[in-house]
Write a protein that binds this ligand. Structure first.
Ligand code: FRU
Length: 487
């Protein structure tokens, strides 16, 4: 069944074992006919992918799961689907992982995180979504343990009760350690005024015992109406909170997407009082179109790593017609410099490159639409890049780098998708005026990830070009470095 067909509640929440076996086989066939399957990004083999979950290092491998509804490109009954990797770039599909099969998660194994507690045990905390007979939402924060062979055992009882002053929108536990203590951040909505909040809990005796520390105080007076997917990481000694607020007021932070993902830092994070001291302003983590639910963690190798859902809640994509939806970003390493996050694909991404080529201006190159492009625009110049360009040069992603004004414009309005004329299909990324601009763009069939000025700004999005939409050109005096990517 594809997106065009109307899904009933019964179909959306049908227990997995009641789906005929052939459903996934039929979906796989549809997926294989898609012209927009990417070459080096993670996509679901069938159905829908949303948030990254349980991103961590355990048993000598990188571990990553994602929110999955394998039976169609819609937000149905969610589970976790697991992958492992030796290098953060090549991922092995480990299949369905945490399934909605207990009384505390029967209508969805929602987002959560994982942390290695010993070389043999990975501890997972996730939100269980349950609906009562009259379809009222109930929410539970559940635990599970995975061993080195990948076997997972759910803990029998929920670990953290929903505080009474919260609505049932209480989810997405993110585990982290600070000074030998285990903490968890959880997003939520207060009952009294339906405002978003972020809560901190500390593990006491053992992983079955948690105590409420407080609502996170980060100098933010309005968090919107719901905080989803909170994260706490330390980046180059700076405490950083990353989260996806819904309904955030434009006076707090300007953004163009339906929902933004944001970050802020401070001088220190006092976990005994849940306070981020001397908080900075909020910043957008991604200034493009399709980025949400970022998950980050402090890896044992000293790096801070992040990965995002390339997608947006309440948005449908043209791949839905081929039985799948959603992708994950490249894994990024986070650094802190001059008061902001620097995000760039991990160094292992270099393994994907084929030999370098130099591209000259004012010439259209026909590409595989799977490449890494580097452009340096000298101060005083203005350059336009056209990617995914059709032969008539009428449909393309245009990226304009204006060093005089200090603005990068990313424009996808010539494509027939997105169809909503009210959505703004241009993004303006403001930089210092009269400065050179550097951009690295990772193009992958129907995804673009732009990293501007060494990763001080990042902009991600999707485009769905026609078969012949594979031109690439650069105006002006600027040459580009180009690497086709390996399959
Ligand atoms: C964010 C989110 C989370 C929730 C999950 C359900 O995209 O809504 O808050 O846990 O997706 O799939």
């Amino acid at each position: 069944m594809n997106e065009k067909q109307k899904w009933t509640q019964k179909q959306l929440y049908l227990p997995y074992e009641e789906w005929p076996k052939e459903t996934r086989t039929a979906l796989k066939k549809m997926v294989s006919a898609s012209p927009w399957r990417t070459t080096y990004h993670i996509e679901p083999s069938t159905g829908l992918l949303n948030d990254p979950n349980g991103f961590t290092f355990f048993d000598g491998h990188w571990q990553l799961s994602y929110q999955s509804f394998p039976y169609g490109p819609v937000h149905g009954l969610k589970s976790w689907h697991r992958l492992t990797s030796p290098d953060l770039v090549h991922w092995q599909d480990e299949g369905d992982f945490l399934l909605p099969d207990s009384p505390y998660d029967a209508q969805g194994v929602y987002s959560g995180s994982a942390i290695s507690l010993s070389p043999d045990i990975l501890f997972i905390m996730y939100t269980g979504n349950v609906r009562t007979a009259d379809w009222k939402r109930k929410t539970y924060q559940n635990g599970a343990l995975m061993n080195r062979t990948g076997e997972v055992t759910k803990m029998t009882r929920p670990l953290i009760q929903r505080p009474d002053n919260l609505t049932e929108h209480f989810r997405d536990p993110m585990l982290f350690m600070q000074r030998q203590n285990l903490y968890v951040l959880i997003g939520g909505q207060s009952r009294s005024d339906h405002a978003g909040i972020m809560l901190l809990f500390r593990c006491t005796k053992n992983i079955r015992h948690w105590t409420f520390v407080g609502n996170v105080n980060a100098g933010i007076s309005h968090w919107g109406y719901m905080v989803e997917c909170p994260n706490f990481v330390v980046v180059d000694h700076h405490p950083v909170l990353i989260f996806s607020p819904q309904g955030l007021d434009q006076s707090v932070l300007c953004y163009d997407n339906r929902y933004p993902t944001v970050y802020l830092s401070g001088t220190s994070f006092d976990a005994s009082s849940a306070t981020l001291n001397d908080p900075t302003d909020l910043h957008l983590l991604d200034e493009g179109f399709d980025n949400y639910a970022t998950q980050a963690f402090n890896s044992p190798d000293g790096r801070t790593l992040s990965i995002s859902w390339i997608g947006m809640p309440e948005t449908s994509y043209p791949t839905d017609d081929y039985g799948y939806d959603g992708a994950l970003s490249l894994v990024n390493e986070l650094k802190w410099q001059d008061g902001r996050l620097i995000q760039s694909p991990v160094k292992e991404t270099l393994e994907l490159r084929k030999p370098e080529k130099v591209l000259n201006p004012d010439k259209t190159y026909l590409t595989t639409n799977s490449y890494e492009l580097h452009v340096h625009v000298q101060n005083g110049e203005k350059t336009t890049l056209s990617l995914f360009d059709n032969p008539e040069h009428t449909i393309h992603l245009q990226v304009t780098l204006d060093t005089i004004e200090g603005v990068v414009t990313i424009d996808r309005q010539t494509f027939s998708w997105p169809t909503d004329p009210n959505d703004n299909q241009r993004r303006l990324i403001r930089l210092e005026s009269h400065q050179a601009i550097d951009i690295t763009i990772f193009a992958d069939i129907s995804i673009f990830e732009c990293y501007i000025n060494g990763g001080a700004h990042r902009a991600t999005g999707r485009v769905f070009p026609d078969k012949d939409g594979n031109g690439l050109s650069i105006t002006g005096h600027t040459r580009a470095k180009y690497f086709e990517m390996k399959k």
